[in-house]
Design a binder for this molecule. Structure first.
Ligand code: HEC
Ligand code: HEC
Length: 254
């Protein structure tokens, strides 16, 4: 009796209507959905909205007690399509988004609940379908673009992240930033998309003046980061487009 009915809060039980399940089975299903939602949230959302949901206002909104979360259309469309510095997540399925939306609607004392998978699927049907997923190892940038990214990177980023992108700052007076390439970086970002990396970088870096470079320069810097990490160039440039970048997965070399 580890998942007895009373262990589930009223709000959660209402949010998750399972037609003909016993209370114990229902509690088990909702616990599994929340666990899945939490895991997806940690990978895809926590870097901006934080594990606590507090975000980093004004850049990244606080999701705790945020009444916008009572609108399932707003939550589902923002997760799928993004907006401004919120990256789109075109490769998440209706089941994934149901789990995440239920988690953010229920965690941190929130009592907004979450949509059913049918509701999520109906909202997703209004948007363009996802394209084929690729990985950073599929030749997703050009050699010339990475070269240009190395030039753009040097002054505004090397200062803290190091010319070698290893997190050893060029200027010893600066706060060292994390490594931006190679195994450690790829492991930290494993399972995330370039769309996330692009919007996170553009909305927070360089720390003194986020977003001051043109979008194409941020894309070129990412091409440079991938080249230094050992990925091979291909024939097409990495686009400065969060939707396109949202289809390209980061991870260690297969
Ligand atoms: C790169 C940073 C970033 C990541 C990653 C990110 N978000 Fe956001 N999120 C934002 C920003 C910026 C906004 C504000 C967008 C706007 O409304 O203009 C936002 C808005 C939202 C909103 C609407 C809040 C409101 O007040 O309207 C929700 C809900 C949300 N995000 C959930 C998520 C979830 C769930 C994930 C993971 C699947 C996620 N976000 C990933 C940056 C991010
Ligand atoms: C003043 C120092 C400083 C400068 C300049 C700077 N960064 Fe950062 N950067 C940091 C610190 C500190 C962090 C870790 C905290 C955070 O994510 O905000 C970070 C985090 C990052 C991350 C996330 C890494 C991770 O694994 O979480 C990326 C990507 C990044 N920076 C890219 C850049 C790029 C690209 C530039 C140049 C346009 C740049 N930074 C300029 C200090 C800096």
């Amino acid at each position: 009796m580890t998942h007895a009915g009373p262990a589930v809060t009223g709000a959660l039980a209402c949010a998750l209507a399972f037609a003909v399940a016993s209370p114990a089975a229902r509690a088990q299903d909702s616990a599994a959905l929340l666990a899945e939602g939490q895991a997806l949230y940690e990978t895809n959302c926590a870097i901006c909205h934080q594990s606590t949901g507090a975000g980093r206002p004004p850049t990244f909104p606080d999701l705790r007690g945020n009444d916008n979360l009572s609108d399932p259309y707003l939550v589902v469309s923002k997760i799928s399509q993004g907006l401004g510095n919120m990256p789109p997540f075109p490769t998440l399925s209706a089941a994934d988004i149901t789990a995440i939306a239920t988690y953010v609607g229920t965690a941190w004392g929130n009592s907004y609940g979450g949509p059913t998978e049918e509701e999520v699927a109906a909202i997703l049907a209004e948007f363009p379908p996802a394209e084929a997923s690729r990985s950073i190892w599929d030749g997703v940038f050009t050699a010339a673009q990475a070269e240009r990214g190395a030039q753009v990177y040097r002054a505004p980023c090397g200062l803290c992240h190091g010319t070698r992108l290893n997190g050893a700052p060029d200027d010893n007076d600066m706060v060292p930033g994390p490594a931006l390439a190679r195994q450690g970086f790829l492991r930290a970002w494993d399972g995330r998309s370039l769309g996330m990396l692009y919007t996170y970088t553009m909305s927070t870096m360089p720390q003194s003046n986020p977003g001051f470079l043109p979008p194409e320069d941020y894309a070129a810097i990412i091409a440079h980061m991938l080249a230094v990490s050992g990925a091979s160039p291909g024939s097409e440039e990495l686009p400065a487009d969060p939707w396109e970048l949202g289809h390209i997965r980061i991870g260690p070399e297969p």
